[in-house]
Design a protein around this ligand. Structure first.
Ligand code: BGC
Length: 819
C-alpha cells in the first residue's frame, strides 16, 4: 500500500508501521520508543541493525561511526535525512569558543576549543522517477546496516518503494581508509526491482550544515553556527573541491571528491557548485536487473600553516592515490590492515556472546580512534560525535593508551608525541599557576586548558602523572629507547618538576599534595588524594630513573643530581592517608569522616547526581562518582596488601555510584583481584555494553572511548589478572562461572604473548620471536619462563577465600550477568 506523501501525516506515512502483530517494524517513527528491545543482535564480528528506529538515530550514528583517527564520519544515512546529528570531523580541527564566567578569577582559561562539523562528504541523495528516496515516506520494505569489524566498512542495504509505487534496492558501503589517511570512499549501488526507472543520484560535499543546537549559551551557539568561511570552489566534470577556513582559530581545510560511474544504460554526469556545496549528478535510465554503481572517492586535508594552493594540491594528490588504488584495492587494503590487527589483538570470550561482540566492537573503535591520529590527540569520544566538545582528557592516557600500547604501540607513541609537542603550552600554564615544570590541561584539543570549572579541571593535576605513566608503560613494553630520548624523558622530567613544586614536605618530612581533585569528581579540591599521590610517586621515580639512564640529555634539560635526589625524597615520603579505626585507606585526607550520602532516599531518576544535586552537597559527603581509590589499587597495586585491597574495595564499592562511564571497568578489575569474580563479570558487562546498550543515555554525542577500551582492560587486567608493575608481566587469571574461556594476546617487545585461559588452567604461548626468544613472566606469583619452542600450560591455583559480597549503593548494583 503506497503511503501518503503529506508531511503532516508523518506518523502514519511510514511503511510497515502499522504492521500486523508478529510482523516486525522496519522503521520505527519518532516519539514511540527508546530502545525497547535489543537494537543489535549478538554476532561475534558484526554490529547489525535490521530496523531503523528514528528515536535512537543519533545513538546509532555514533555506534556506526567510521574513523581512522584523522577523519571521523558519523553513521548518518547516505541521503542525509532524517538524521539525529550530522557529523564529520577532522582530528584537531577546531574553532575557538567563548568561556563565559559569571565571576572570573585569575588563571581562568579565556577561551575554549570546540570540534567543528566540517564539510560533509557522505551525502548521496537519490531520486526515483520523481520521488526523493527518504525513509520517512513510501514503504521501507527492508533495512539493514552492518558495521563489519573485520572489513572495516559500514554497509547498508534497503529495499524501498516510492510513494508512487516504484521499488528499488539501494546498497551502500562506506569506509574511512586505514591505509590512506586522507581518504573516504563510498560505493553506492541502486537497482530498480519491478519496472524501468529513471534514477538520479546526487552526490555532494556540504559545508556549514545546520545542526541541532549543542549549547544553550547564545554566544557559543553563534560561534558554531556557520563556522566555515568559503575560500575556494572548483567544480569539474565528475567532482571538485571546496576550501574553507574557520573564523577565529584560523584553520584551513579542503575537501575534494570525484566519482566513477558504472551502469549498462544511458547516463549523464554533471557537477555544479556553490561556495558551501558541490554536487555531482548522475542521471540514468535503468531496467529491472540493471544496476547503477557510483563510486565516490573523497579526500580531506587541513592545516594551520599551509597555503590554499598547497592544501588544494594535497587533497588532489590524496584523490589521485585513491583513484590509483581503486575501490576494490581500498577494500582489500582495509581488510588486510584489520586482519593484521586482529591477528595480534583479538580477544576471545566463550560463555558470554554479548561481551564477545562488545569487546571486539570496543577494540575496533579504539583502533579507529588511534590508528592514524599521528601526533594528534584521542578525544574522549574519538571522532564519533561532538560530546565534550571533542576534547581529550586523562581518558586517553589512562584507558585508551594501555590498550594501544599492547596492541598497536605506534599509535600510543604518536599520542604521547602530540603531548610532547604541547609542552611549551603546558610550561606556560604551570608558570601562570605559579608552578614549575609542565601543567597539562585537563581537557583540550590543541593543548590549551579548556576547562571553565577549575575544581574539576585545573585541579585535576593527576593528568600529568597519567601522561607520565603512559610514557613509562610504553617504554617498558616496547623498549623504544629512541622514543624515550626524543620524547619520554622530557615529559617525565617536566611532570616530575610540577609535582615537586605543587607538593611540600611537612615538618615531619612527609610529602603532601594538597588542594587537588582526583578521579572522583564528587570529591574536589582535597588534600592527599591517594590516587594522585601514588601516581605522582611513580612519576617522580620514573623521571629520576630515566634521567639516570640518559645523563647527557638530562643535563641538557637542566636536571642535576640534587634535583633527582629531591624527586626521590619526595616520592619516598608521599603521604598515604589511612583510617586506623575503620582499617581502610582514605581516598583523600578526611574522606572517611565525611557525612554519609543518603542513598536510601535517592531515587533512581536522580542519577547522575551531578544533574540533580548541587556540587557543594556532593563534595561534603561520602559519595564517589567513579573509581578513585579503587583505581589507585589497580594502577599501583604494589602499594597495598591483599587484605587492604579487599577491605578498601568493599568500603568504596558501597559508596561508588558510577555516574562516570570510566568506573565500571576499573571496578571489574579490582572485583576480580579481590576474588569477587561474578561481580567482576557484571562490571565487565556494564563497561563493554556502555554504547551498544546506551547505558548512560548519551551515546548520541559519541561513543565512550574509555569504557570501550575499558572492556579490554576488564578482561585482560581483570579476569586475566595482567599487571605490568616495574616492567614485569604478571598474570593471575581466574574466570567467573559463566565464562569458560578467555583468550587474549599482547605485544611485548616485539614478541606476541598469547594467554589462553580456561576454568582450570592457562596456556602461555610466545610467537614470532625466533627460536631463542624467551620471556620471564609471573603466573599467580610464580616466576615462569616461556619460550617459542613449546607453549607452557599451568594450573590455576584454588582461589583464596573471599570475604562477604560487596554491596553497592541502593539501586546501583550492576546488572547480573550470571543469571
Ligand atoms: C569523568 C572524567 C572524564 C570525563 C571525560 C567525566 O564525567 O568524571 O573522569 O575524564 O568525563 O570522559
Amino acid at each position: 500500500m503506497p503511503a501518503s506523501t503529506d508531511p503532516a501525516a508523518e506518523g502514519l506515512a511510514v511503511g510497515r508501521t502499522a504492521a500486523a502483530p508478529g510482523v516486525p517494524h522496519i522503521l520505527i517513527p519518532r516519539g514511540t520508543t527508546v530502545i525497547r528491545e535489543r537494537a543489535y543482535p549478538v554476532d561475534p564480528w558484526h554490529i547489525r541493525e535490521t530496523r531503523l528506529d528514528l528515536d535512537v538515530l543519533a545513538q546509532s550514528e555514533s555506534v556506526f561511526a567510521l574513523s581512522n583517527g584523522h577523519i571521523g564520519l558519523r553513521g548518518n544515512l547516505d541521503e542525509g535525512e532524517p538524521h539525529g546529528l550530522p557529523g564529520t570531523y577532522l582530528n584537531s580541527f577546531y574553532e575557538l569558543r567563548p568561556l563565559p564566567y559569571a565571576e572570573a578569577g585569575y588563571g581562568f582559561p579565556e577561551s575554549g576549543q570546540t570540534v567543528v562539523n566540517v564539510t560533509n562528504a557522505k551525502p548521496i541523495r537519490l531520486l526515483v522517477d520523481d520521488e526523493p528516496f527518504d525513509v520517512r515516506y513510501g514503504d521501507l520494505r527492508s533495512h539493514e546496516r552492518v558495521l563489519d569489524l573485520r572489513a572495516g566498512t559500514l554497509e547498508r542495504t534497503v529495499e524501498w518503494v516510492s510513494p508512487a509505487g516504484q521499488a528499488v534496492r539501494v546498497k551502500s558501503t562506506r569506509l574511512v581508509s586505514f591505509t590512506q589517511r586522507a581518504v573516504v570512499a563510498i560505493c553506492y549501488e541502486v537497482e530498480p526491482l519491478e519496472g524501468p526507472a529513471r534514477l538520479i543520484v546526487q552526490s555532494e560535499l556540504v559545508a556549514n550544515e545546520s545542526l541541532p543546537p549543542t549549547s544553550k549559551d547564545p554566544r557559543v551557539a553563534a560561534v558554531l553556527d556557520h563556522p566555515l568561511q568559503a575560500e575556494e570552489l572548483l567544480d569539474q566534470a565528475a567532482g571538485g573541491l571546496l576550501v574553507h577556513r574557520t573564523k577565529a582559530s584560523n584553520l584551513r581545510m579542503a575537501a575534494a571528491m570525484e566519482h566513477l560511474v558504472e551502469t549498462p544504460g544511458k547516463h549523464a554526469v554533471t557537477t555544479e557548485g556553490h561556495p558551501d556545496w558541490l554536487r555531482t549528478t548522475v542521471a540514468a535510465q535503468l531496467q529491472p536487473g540493471q544496476k547503477l554503481r557510483v563510486i565516490k572517492l573523497a579526500a580531506y586535508g587541513w592545516s594551520s600553516k599551509r597555503s590554499l594552493p598547497a592544501l588544494r594540491d594535497q587533497v588532489g594528490a590524496a584523490l589521485a592515490s585513491a583513484r590509483l588504488t581503486g575501490w576494490d584495492g581500498l577494500v582489500d587494503a582495509q581488510r588486510e590492515f584489520l586482519d593484521a590487527f586482529w591477528d595480534h589483538s583479538d580477544v576471545r570470550v566463550e560463555g558470554d556472546p554479548e561481551v564477545q561482540q562488545a569487546v571486539r566492537f570496543g577494540l575496533f573503535h579504539v583502533l579507529q580512534a588511534g590508528a592514524r591520529a599521528e601526533k594528534r590527540p584521542i578525544g574522549s569520544k574519538g571522532l564519533t560525535g561532538p560530546g565534550y566538545d571533542g576534547h581529550t582528557f586523562w581518558d586517553a592516557e589512562t584507558f585508551v593508551l594501555p590498550v594501544l600500547t599492547y596492541t598497536q604501540p605506534s599509535a600510543a607513541a604518536d599520542v604521547l608525541r602530540w603531548r610532547h609537542a604541547t609542552l611549551p603550552l603546558a610550561r606556560e600554564r604551570a608558570q601562570t599557576l605559579g608552578l614549575k615544570g609542565a601543567a597539562f590541561p585537563w581537557r583540550t584539543i590543541r593543548g590549551h586548558e579548556c576547562s571553565a570549572y577549575w575544581p574539576a579541571g585545573t585541579a585535576g593535576f593527576h593528568i600529568g602523572a597519567d601522561i607520565a605513566d603512559a610514557v613509562r608503560r610504553y617504554v617498558k613494553v616496547t623498549g623504544d629507547v629512541q622514543f624515550e630520548r626524543e620524547v619520554g624523558l622530557e615529559l617525565l622530567v617536566e611532570t616530575a618538576r610540577l609535582w615537586r613544586s605543587l607538593g611540600h614536605h611537612d615538618r615531619h618530612g612527609r610529602f603532601h599534595i594538597d588542594g587537588v581533585t582526583g578521579p572522583d569528581e564528587y570529591t574536589a579540591v582535597v588534600d592527599d588524594n591517594i590516587y594522585t599521590n601514588l601516581m605522582a610517586q611513580t612519576n617522580l621515580y620514573a623521571a629520576a630513573d630515566a634521567a639516570q639512564r640518559h645523563p647527557d640529555l638530562a643535563r641538557k634539560l637542566g636536571v642535576d643530581e640534587e634535583e633527582t635526589a629531591s624527586w626521590r625524597d619526595a616520592a619516598a615520603a608521599v603521604h598515604i592517608p589511612y583510617d586506623r579505626e575503620l582499617q581502610v585507606h582514605q581516598q583523600s585526607e578526611g574522606f572517611t569522616r565525611l557525612q554519609e550520602w543518603d542513598f536510601e532516599n535517592t531515587p533512581p531518576e536522580a542519577y547522575p547526581l551531578l544533574l540533580n544535586y548541587p556540587y557543594f552537597d556532593l563534595y561534603r559527603k561520602q559519595v564517589v562518582k567513579q573509581a578513585d581509590l579503587v583505581m589507585a589499587m589497580y594502577v599501583r597495586g604494589d602499594a597495598f596488601t591483599p587484605e587492604e585491597k579487599a577491605r578498601n574495595f568493599a568500603y568504596y564499592d558501597a559508596r561508588t555510584v558510577r555516574d562516570s562511564s570510566l568506573s565500571a571497568c576499573i571496578q571489574a578489575v579490582m572485583a576480580a583481584e579481590v576474588g569477587h569474580l561474578e561481580l567482576a563479570h557484571d562490571y565487565l558487562g556494564e563497561a563493554a555494553l556502555m554504547d551498544l546498550h546506551d547505558l548512560h543515555r548519551n551515546a548520541r554525542d559519541g561513543v565512550h572511548m574509555a569504557s570501550l577500551a575499558g572492556s579490554w582492560i576488564a578482561l585482560v587486567a581483570g579476569l586475566g589478572g595482567m599487571r605490568d608493575f616495574d616492567g614485569v608481566l604478571t598474570f593471575a587469571p581466574r574466570l567467573p562461572s559463566k565464562i569458560n574461556r578467555l583468550d587474549f594476546a599482547l605485544l611485548w617487545r616485539g614478541l606476541r604473548v598469547r594467554v589462553d585461559v580456561s576454568a582450570e588452567e592457562v596456556t602461555y604461548t610466545l610467537r614470532n620471536g625466533g627460536g631463542s626468544a624467551r620471556l620471564d613472566i609471573i603466573h599467580h606469583g610464580e616466576p615462569v619462563t616461556i619460550t617459542q619452542v613449546k607453549p607452557v600450560t599451568l594450573k590455576i591455583p584454588p582461589a583464596p577465600p573471599k570475604g562477604p559480597a560487596p554491596q553497592q549503593p541502593d539501586g546501583r548494583a550492576p546488572v547480573r550477568r550470571a543469571v
